[in-house]
Design a protein around this ligand. Structure first.
Ligand SMILES: [Zn+2]
Length: 286
């Protein structure tokens, strides 16, 4: 099963960069999100593909017409937090109010309930598992924030699932659709979005898409924008990771889209047999 998702944020919404960390700085940057998102929407509509869009609450407030357009075009709108901060840097109260603000802002625009969430930078770790209680209390029924391995921002290295599972907490149960990792040359990589999607040749991507039973993609509008400015103050390895392969990425994306079937999260949830997935019980942990 392949699931198609996008995190709707602009080119400067990179994490852990001083120059672009705070909301008050964002309005000074060039706005590229409209044409970059429109390009994705046009392609999906032309190819009749469904997808889930994890929108920043801040984007919904700043550019309401963009998020409305995503929704009225028939796509599922989910939350990617409000202020795009790493979850493990927030207190439970800060996380709760940011989440609520994002849900309220998006729901007011679309008129539809927000029930799906993805944390910025997959920043759920085994040190902040309280996030799941807060998600459940806020009405979130499905999460897609778990990166089951180690990475720059968080990652949940204790979990090795490469398939959907459920998380049980004191507040209830939540469905988890994690990122899928694949071993290449002893490296665990996420090829279905971000830097590796841009880095790997199409023939290898196609091979991986063919042989992987569960794929959670995660693209951003900036992943296909070869003319975007460079975020100031990025270390060299992150420059490479953020900007390598931009020239051909949209082309690769078009090919993948036309060659494979994709579901949005709603369709994926209805196809999964939730009685037969693993359950991780976090209710006894602190
Ligand atoms: Zn993000």
């Amino acid at each position: 099963m392949n699931i198609l998702t996008f995190d709707i944020e602009d080119w400067y919404h990179l994490l852990d960069v001083k120059a672009t960390k705070d909301e008050q700085d964002w309005e000074s940057f060039e706005v590229r999100i409209h044409k970059n998102t429109d390009r994705i929407l046009d392609l999906l509509i032309a190819q009749k593909k469904k997808a889930t869009f994890f929108c920043l609450g801040w984007v919904a407030k700043q550019y309401p017409e963009l998020v409305k357009k995503i929704s009225t075009s028939g796509f599922e709108v989910a939350s990617h937090s409000y202020s795009h901060q790493l979850a493990y840097t927030l207190s439970p109260d800060q996380f709760r109010s940011d989440l609520k603000k994002s849900i309220d802002t998006i729901e007011q625009l679309t008129g539809k309930k927000v029930t799906i969430f993805r944390a910025p930078g997959f920043s759920f770790t085994n040190k902040n598992i309280w996030v799941f209680d807060i998600l459940i209390e806020a009405g979130i029924t499905t999460d897609s924030s778990i990166f089951p391995g180690s990475r720059g921002h968080g990652g949940f290295s204790g979990l090795t699932n490469n398939s959907p599972f459920q998380i049980k907490t004191a507040s209830g149960t939540i469905k988890e659709l994690p990122i899928n990792l694949t071993k290449i040359l002893n490296l665990s990589i996420a090829f279905s979005g971000g830097g590796y999607f841009r880095l790997l040749p199409y023939s290898l991507l196609r091979y991986l898409f063919r042989k992987t039973p569960y794929i959670m993609t995660y693209f951003h509008p900036r992943d296909f924008d070869k003319d975007q400015p460079v975020v100031p103050g990025l270390p060299i390895h992150r420059k490479f990771k953020s900007y390598f392969g931009l020239k051909h990425s949209f082309n690769k994306f078009e090919h993948i889209l036309s060659e494979f079937e994709f579901n949005d999260i709603e369709a994926a949830i209805s196809r999964i047999d939730w009685h037969n997935v693993n359950v991780h019980d976090f209710s006894t942990s602190t």
